[in-house]
Design a protein around this ligand. Structure first.
Ligand code: NAD
Length: 311
């Protein structure tokens, strides 16, 4: 669907997870790649698979939270290819411990900010400078649904970092809009990767996530990749400062239920949700009493002098 022939795409966090999938997709679409993450060994394996599509894939290992590493990665990429057309700011860490905000340690909070927010800033600043000189470029920041709201997972550091990254997307989108550089973000819902696998699969939280997602499932890496490639491509030439949610409707919802609402029982002929939906929690005591509906609305009110007729 996408054509990136002749384009140079820099992807951070490309050694595994979503970044690895982005690398394969851009390689398949004809791009030359600059791949970075901390492990040179893992990156080399990804690069080898990318090059089987015919393009070049340059590996430069580094830590996104170290300013000099970022300068080295961008400098090395420019030396090899002479240009960077697209930056995918993907590297990120989360904290699956579920520590409550009032107990959260400063060390972890600062570390998450250093990688997810400050690292993304270093890359956007470095690549942005070069793109502005050329008057062309596209940056896609990988945010999260947690950039625009909290949830019960207790991830204060991650929420703060991703919220910052989302606002940075707006600021850069505006600041560079009239100089040919577009800056957008993609905010995935929950996707099974190395980051989330222990939580989603091993702990069975995927079912819980599905129950609070209007589409009733977690997402696929390919579904995020499609959105990233669209925003990175010239098809999105009039789009900047936009956050594209890939979340099965989560962000549009003001809360989806774990217990089917009683009106689904009253409207069984015209169900509002697929009948396959399994409630996560048992129905409460009062549920049965109202199953047949509201007296006087769904069945006649009881006669004053006789027993109620219900149909
Ligand atoms: P992952 O843990 O599977 O992969 C993260 C990648 O970032 C790896 O390549 C890792 O080596 C790299 N990385 C981590 N710290 C780094 C550092 N200091 N320097 C350089 N590279 C570093 O995670 P993922 O699920 O693929 O997440 C990718 C991005 O998507 C992250 O920004 C994450 O916050 C975001 N995201 C993921 C989900 C999800 O459900 N998986 C949802 C929303 C947003």
């Amino acid at each position: 669907m996408f054509d990136f022939k002749g384009k140079v795409v820099l992807i951070t966090g490309a050694s595994y997870g979503l970044g690895e999938q982005f690398a394969y997709a851009f390689a398949e679409a004809g791009a030359d790649l600059i791949l970075t993450a901390r492990s040179e060994e893992l990156l080399a394996q990804v690069a080898q698979r990318c090059e089987s599509h015919g393009g070049k894939a340059l590996v430069i290992a580094g830590d996104v939270s170290v300013e000099s590493d970022v300068e080295r990665v961008i400098g090395g990429g420019l030396e090899a290819f002479g240009r960077i057309d697209v930056l995918i700011n993907n590297a990120g860490i989360a904290d699956a411990r579920g520590v409550a905000a009032e107990q959260f340690d400063a060390e972890m909070f600062n570390r998450i900010l250093a990688v997810d927010l400050v690292g993304a800033f270093y890359f956007a600043r470095g690549c942005g400078k070069h793109m502005l000189e050329r008057g062309a470029g596209s940056i896609v920041n990988i945010c999260s649904i947690l950039a625009s709201g909290g949830n019960e997972n207790n991830v204060i550091g991650y929420t703060a970092a991703k919220g910052g990254l989302l606002n940075m997307t707006y600021q850069l989108g505006v600041e560079w809009a009239d100089r040919g550089v577009r800056v957008n973000s993609v905010s995935p819902g929950f996707i099974v990767t190395e980051m989330t696998r222990p939580m989603l699969e091993a702990m069975g939280i995927d079912r819980w996530i599905a129950s609070r997602t209007p589409m009733r499932r977690v997402g696929e890496a390919q579904e995020v990749t499609n959105a990233v490639m669209f925003l990175a491509s010239d098809l999105a030439s009039y789009i900047t400062g936009v956050d594209l949610l890939v979340d099965g409707g989560t962000n549009a919802s003001n809360g989806t239920f774990q217990i089917p609402p009683i009106h689904h029982e009253w409207n069984t002929q015209t169900p509002m949700v697929p009948t396959s939906y399994t409630p996560v929690q048992p129905r409460p005591d009062w549920y049965q009493a109202l199953e047949k509906g509201v007296p006087g609305v769904h069945y006649p009110l009881p006669e004053a002098d006789g027993p109620a007729e219900q149909d």
